[in-house]
Design a protein around this ligand. Structure first.
Ligand code: ZN
Length: 453
């Protein structure tokens, strides 16, 4: 029997039908409204604090088990959405497995039934930073065809919508280049649910609960199972299903600047043993320089963690390395630095030589993060830098430089150790109070070695 849904024209497989009961009978899981809403949470990770820069993605093949999703009988076979969704997600995972810096979890990788809210709970449990739900569309208007991506309404935590769109915009264009008609974004408000700030919640459970869990999310509707052309060209061919999954994966790859594991990796070049830096990275050469000159080591045997922010312990260890690790009097007086800590000698040396004092008489705060102006000040003291009249007027945020750091920052700019960052609108910024990333640190060290004799 041909299964059809009573719904709006262009009904996404998860859209509210004119007759809710008819829809519910067909799609027990499709009610976005009635599903539970999770408690708000802030997630375990944030984009900036990822300890090793690995992106965690949850792929969610829609429906499964007793819930077939949209079905359609074509040429004597019944096509089921749940099977196609799973194939797309598996192809997406397979493609992503070729890239470094990404870990993929799937809500299901076989024909299993899962509640909608449990899919988001699972994403939460793996600390997902992106939730991508895979679906196929259906409409009782058999001429409706093409792809669309449902994204959060942006009413609550609008930054999640912005983050979702980085991937979703590329999904739309990648699928379009396979020949699918691009129907763009879809957003839909709940009529009864609200977010904690009182704004209209998202209608779709996956998006609503991902937003509550502080995870950027999207639902990709790849093609219409109810359209003969979409079905024959895209959904009846394993090759095209594979290509759609790869298109989704490549959108994530582009949005998060992922790199292929082989060929391009530093490890394969023998320059440095790190799997998370690449010859195409702007900081590649300085990181190799810092490593080969024993100024910086990895955060593990195989990782450099270029986007991690420098800590005070890392900073003094780096300068101690640069000095050739001289003997110290082991005069450590800080209660938060223990004999045997990897940075203990460096801290003693830094205090003995006036490179840096503690954060108080008795504390060093080794895990405190170092800002760009603080690192400039460290280098300035370390090099016994001379005052310069160099002007900071070229930088739009020159006034953000702390008074105590002005001489050091001028010295660093004068010696081209700090050159500022060009923003999208063309302005040049020093970002003095932003954390110095390990990549930026390597760049500043290389320039200091080259420019300050
Ligand atoms: Zn669906």
């Amino acid at each position: 029997m041909k299964k059809r849904l009573t719904s709006f024209l262009l009904a996404a497989c998860m859209m509210l039908p004119l007759s809710a009961s008819a829809w519910a009978a067909e799609h027990p899981q499709m009610e976005g409204e009635e599903d539970v809403t999770l408690q708000p949470s802030y997630g375990v990770r944030s984009k900036q604090s990822g300890s090793n820069g690995t992106l965690i993605v949850t792929l969610d093949p829609g429906h499964g088990g007793k819930d077939s999703g949209a079905t359609e009988e074509w040429n004597g076979t019944t096509a089921m959405e749940k099977d196609i969704n799973l194939k797309i997600a598996l192809a997406c995972r397979e493609e992503l497995s070729k890239y470094a810096g990404v870990k993929v979890y799937m809500t299901r990788d076989d024909d299993t039934f899962l509640e909608l809210s449990d899919r988001v709970r699972y994403a939460q449990s793996v600390n997902a930073e992106l939730m991508v739900s895979m679906h196929i569309n259906s409409s009782d208007n058999s001429s409706a065809q093409g792809e669309l991506v449902i994204v959060p309404n942006g009413n609550y935590r609008p930054e999640l919508l912005e983050e979702s769109k980085k991937t979703a915009s590329r999904v739309l264009s990648n699928l379009e280049s396979l020949g699918l008609r691009n129907r763009g974004y879809l957003q839909r408000n709940s009529s009864e649910n609200t977010y904690p700030d009182g704004s209209k919640a998202d209608y779709y459970s996956i998006l609503r609960n991902s937003t509550m869990a502080n995870i950027p999310s999207m639902i990709i509707e790849h093609a219409f199972i109810s359209n003969y052309n979409d079905y024959t060209k895209y959904l009846s061919s394993d090759d095209m299903i594979q290509k759609m999954g790869q298109a989704d994966a490549k959108a994530i790859v582009a949005a998060y600047h992922l790199h292929l594991k082989s060929n391009n990796s530093a490890a394969s070049k023998g320059d440095a043993p790190f799997e998370d830096i690449y010859t195409t990275d702007w900081y590649y050469a300085p990181v190799v320089f810092a490593y080969q000159h024993s100024l910086m080591t990895g955060t593990s045997d195989s990782t450099f963690s270029p986007q991690d922010t420098l800590t005070r312990a890392m900073a003094v260890q780096t300068l101690y390395n640069y000095s050739g690790k001289p003997e110290t009097a082991d005069s450590n007086r800080f209660s938060d630095v223990k004999q045997g800590d990897w940075y203990c000698k460096a801290v003693s040396w830094a205090a003995e030589n006036g490179v840096t004092a503690g954060t108080s008489e008795t504390t060093f705060s080794p895990n405190d993060l170092v800002t760009r102006e603080q690192f400039a000040a460290l280098l300035y003291r370390f090099k016994n830098g001379q005052q310069t009249q160099c002007s900071l007027d070229a930088f739009a945020d020159a006034n953000d430089v702390s008074d105590w750091a002005k001489d050091a920052v001028k010295w660093a700019v004068n010696n081209k150790i700090l050159s500022g960052s060009k923003m999208n609108d063309g302005t040049l910024m020093l970002l003095p109070r932003s954390g110095a990333t390990r990549a930026e640190t390597a760049v500043m060290l290389e320039r200091m070695v080259e420019n300050v004799k």
